[in-house]
Design a protein. Structure first.
Length: 197
């Protein structure tokens, strides 16, 4: 049973997320501020952390910086600040995904499952023998020098692995599955989110 640490100062959000996650079979640990969250992360070794950005005293970005000093635990940011610069900052700090509030509990659960599939089990480190081998199954999509490992949630440009967020991976997969198709922005987003990642 994957263990999720939820760090959010809003009790209503914690109640909603806890209900959605326990219904899906996740174990949920909660913290109402950044300091508690860091202590819980050290004591409980969660499989994934849901981290609110806007918290008093120690905000989510500071918590993330502290966590990333010695941990690679997946982090999904939760925030009412949904501007592009906020999302970019969250991902550059080491977040694995970013969900704007208000959000659908169903979408949040789907994003958690997608992130966990990418990291558990950890993907093997690409070696010359694995990264240069030609894709031989339907689990690979490729176009030119770009290759996507659908089952392993990995992307390669030429021989180098490219680290992508869940959303970036879904967008590329959507494009590669329909080569030559022109998408509107809305159609592309709908297609990416409809994929079973």
């Amino acid at each position: 049973m994957p263990k999720i640490l939820l760090i959010d100062d809003d009790a209503h959000i914690r109640d909603m997320v806890r209900f959605a996650l326990t219904r899906e079979g996740f174990a949920v640990i909660e913290a109402e501020n950044g300091a508690q969250g860091l202590a819980q992360a050290a004591a409980e070794t969660p499989d994934l952390i849901l981290l609110d950005i806007m918290m008093p005293e120690m905000d989510g970005t500071e918590v993330c910086r502290n966590l990333r000093r010695d941990s690679r635990v997946p982090i999904i940011f939760l925030s009412s600040r949904d501007e592009e610069i906020d999302r970019v900052l969250g991902l550059e700090l080491g977040g694995d995904d970013y969900v704007g509030k208000p959000f659908s509990p169903r979408e949040l659960v789907a994003r958690i499952k997608a992130v966990l599939r990418r990291v558990d089990p950890p993907p093997p480190t690409p070696t010359p023998s694995t990264s240069t081998s030609a894709p031989t199954s339907a689990a690979w999509l490729h176009h030119g020098q770009l290759r996507l490992d659908i089952e392993g949630f990995r992307a390669y440009w030429s021989e180098a692995e490219v680290v992508l967020t869940v959303t970036e991976f879904a967008l590329l997969r959507c494009l590669l599955e329909r080569p030559g198709k022109a998408f509107s922005r809305d159609a592309l987003m709908d297609g990416a989110y409809a994929l079973d990642l």
